[in-house]
Design a protein around this ligand. Sequence first.
Ligand code: 4AD
Ligand code: MG
Length: 460
Amino acid sequence: MARTRIKEALANESAGVSIQVQGWIRTRRDSKGFSFLAVNDGSCLKNLQVILDATHPDYSKIEQLTTGASVSIEGVLTPSQGKEQKWELLASRLDVLGIADHSYPLQKKGHSPEYLREIAHLRPRSNLFGCLFRVRSRLAYAIHTFFQERGFFYIHTPIITSSDCEGAGEMFRVTTLGPEAAAANPGKTDPNQDFFGKPTFLTVSGQLEAEIFACALSNVYTFGPTFRAENSNTSRHASEFWMIEPEMAFCDLGGDMDLAEEFIKYLIRDFLNVCQEELGLFTQFVDKDLQTRLEFVLNREFKRIPYAEAVDILLRSKKTFEFPILHGANLQSEHERFLTEEHFKCPVTVFDYPKEIKPFYMRANDDGKTAAAMDVLVPRIGEIVGGSQREERLDLLEGAMKHHGLNLENYWWYLDLRRYGSVPHSGFGLGFERMLMFITGVANIRDIIPFPRTPGHAEF
Ligand code: 4AD
Ligand code: MG
């Protein structure tokens, strides 16, 4: 008999159908003449209630049917007499596939996310994490659908690279040179002897390579893992995270901001339409204002303000911040959250940042001071998107690279894009995990990455 996923079994409207399901026991309740099993196979949040009659020969296995055990069950779908569920399964055959004794950590009582992080190999079997990882999968699907529907091409950019796109120097070195090489060459190893014949790193962004393809296929996007060796132990930073980076030729900063807003709203709408069961759980257990906030964001235009105006608002606010507010300095997360949560109470796109605090590739504005950069800030997260129009003028780009201390020879291919048929182009990066935090209400990035990597942590 073919296996039926529990999600489909529960959606079935025809009584008397004989099916086979397989899954893990969540709970068992024994009553006179029967046992009730709640079985879950991860296809949805709901469990299937299975009834095992005490007179059935397989009832002898009852002691093995403990929380966490895996089972294969055949039976007939029947309208349930309980009001908890519409359907239940009357078991005609039950096989225990794998037992779980009482050391199984996921017993019925709720566990804290901190504890569940320590058992990341079992936490997907809990209600909350099952929901989070199903939503993570759906979000990835919606991202591809958004771009594919709009004629963007998906580009795979390298994970190992020799360029530092963001110029922050927060890169993980990739090397096959062992300690012997270091011993032979005290002080430093010789990169010429290394695997790729030059120093290489895990990428911090696929943007520079995406630009190559935008300057050929016009509209492209990347969606892959990125790595940052920054030592920030916050609830919004991971050392390994996924980023979506669209890049559009013939597009200026205005078009870039439009796409970012349309994209974020599309992803929220998809979540609200498709993941209702998960939304219900998040609203109940994670963040009771979640649905209201998401609908609010969906139905309003994002506020757009230049950086200078944002700083003036912060300076005028009577609020005390940990970090000082200065024209010319980076906005800190507390400043970003004040703007979006307290001042505007909606997502805010801040644009035209001082060029001194931004990477080399951003297009210089005519004022000589700012760059055509933009960040989208949302409540509870702060920065969710960072993007810009790119400098397409060869002489200005070379000047900016020298100013940032880059070796132009290493970026000959990037400069060629400006040498041959240069076009205005723009793009941005959306942090996949930050978006997931936003739509689920989860406050810590460690809880929406299957196996989070943060400073000091690389278990599993
Ligand atoms: O602002 P960032 O650094 O921009 C770039 O990397 C550009 N190359 C993007 C582009 O224009 N193509 O990063 C983009 C987004 C941030 O807004 C944030 O959402 C997320 O990536 N992000 C992180 N997410 C989790 N952990 C970290 N350590 C992150 N650093 C950035
Ligand atoms: Mg940024």
